[in-house]
Design a protein around this ligand. Structure first.
Ligand code: FES
Ligand SMILES: [Fe+2]
Length: 396
């Protein structure tokens, strides 16, 4: 991010703190409770957002070198993503063209060739069928039409994108607008994957997303955790097509007031939280980014799963635990684990309770406040994408 933009954002946060006025969506809106509980809507969302829309499968750093791979079933199909010896990123259906077994069963690793565990047909990282054991017995196989089925795949802005449909279209410039170049500025490919955790909760996927959409709750739900480091109910908010950027306000911003603007770095004062339609939160922390992907249950609006992936700055020495750098590493890992615990035990616990509330019949709608513009935007993008009218505005 350019220095002048960093200074502008920090000054804007300071102005919000000084004036005591948070971002203002200009109105309240009502979201029908059925948005979280309706099975028919859940099916339409799954179809439109997760089977017919480009998906983020990770950061570039998730394929950290040549001849690496990762697999996923997050959006309902077995896929395998590869980076070949030349660094090219590709994606395929992880399905053997012999009798349909899953070809690669490990989550990630380094490999030059995949050998199917059933009868050992072999595929290279370009998806080509390169070996058929005992072909003299089996009979000839036309290699030209028995490669792994390719999926549209692009590595853009430091992220790995896959379209779940072999003939799907990906126009990422249009999808992200001005957000793409900004994401590119963070050099996401330079980080090192540090681990991943998965949470399953009895709640609609959009309730999980909603917990990332405002800081109004910080001083209550996170009173003893995040509120120690953040000013609650203070944020900046900008939209980019169906995506957005929230800038959360670190308490550390107060220390910057006495320092020269030329020394300001945006990550010293703020936590950028990017939302990428339909299900991604990308959080740019001081130690490295965190990627949160939330997936519905394809058939059940009352369950969802979150994949939370952590990445670290490569400058942090991860091996020499005895020296000073090692201590820094331990501290960073402890902060990451703490963050994951807060999501699980504070945010998602509250969101699961809200889901139970939604199912109780207590009310027809929930209300999104003027200080929660991300919630207005998320839900209106979902509705617009499905041809539904925008959320009802409450005039006051
Ligand atoms: S199913 Fe893969 S080799 Fe037979
Ligand atoms: Fe929260």
């Amino acid at each position: 991010m350019r220095k002048e933009d960093q200074v502008r954002l920090i000054e804007a946060l300071m102005e919000k703190l000084d004036s005591g006025v948070n971002v203002d969506a200009g109105c309240q809106v009502r979201n029908p409770v059925s948005a979280y509980t309706c099975p028919e809507l859940a099916q339409r969302e799954w179809q439109a957002f997760f089977t017919e829309h480009p998906q983020v499968v990770g950061l570039s750093a998730d394929l950290p070198g040549p001849e690496t791979f990762l697999t996923s079933t997050d959006f309902g199909k077995p896929i395998v993503c590869t980076r070949d010896a030349q660094g090219t990123f590709r994606a395929f259906l992880n399905v053997c063209r012999h009798r349909g077994a899953i070809v690669e069963t490990e989550a990630r690793g380094e490999k030059r060739q995949f050998n199917c565990p059933f009868h050992a047909w072999g595929y290279n990282l370009g998806g080509d069928l390169v070996s058929v054991p005992k072909e003299g017995h089996f009979g000839p196989v036309d290699r030209s039409c028995h490669g792994l089925k390719a999926l549209p795949a692009q590595e853009r802005f430091g992220l790995l994108w896959v379209h779940p449909q072999p003939d799907g279209e990906m126009d990422l410039d249009r999808q992200l607008g001005d957000l793409g170049p900004e994401l590119e500025d963070w050099d996401l490919d330079r980080f090192v994957p540090e681990g991943q955790t998965t949470y399953e909760h009895p709640m609609n996927w959009k309730l999980a997303i909603d917990t990332f959409g405002e800081t109004y709750h910080f001083n209550t739900l996170h009173r003893d955790s995040l509120a120690q480091d953040f000013h609650g109910n203070v944020q900046l908010y900008d939209t980019y097509e169906r995506n957005h950027r929230m800038m959360l306000c670190l308490r550390n911003i107060d220390a910057l007031r006495e320092t020269d603007r030329t020394d300001w770095h945006v990550l010293s004062a703020a936590l950028p939280v990017y939302y990428i339609f339909p299900n991604v939160q990308l959080i740019i922390g001081y130690d490295g980014p965190t990627l949160v992907r939330v997936y519905p249950d394809a058939t059940d609006p009352h369950n969802s799963r979150s994949q939370i992936s952590f990445y670290l700055d490569p400058g942090i020495d991860r091996t020499e635990l005895a020296d000073r750098q090692g201590e820094a590493y331990r501290d960073v890992v402890a902060r990451m684990e703490d963050f994951a615990r807060i999501i699980r035990d504070e945010d998602y616990k509250a969101a699961a309770a809200a889901h139970a509330g939604a199912r109780s019949g207590a009310q027809e709608y929930v209300t999104f406040g003027r200080n929660e513009p991300a919630l207005h935007h998320y839900h209106n993008t979902y509705r617009t994408a499905l041809g539904m009218p925008p959320l009802q505005v409450i005039s006051n």
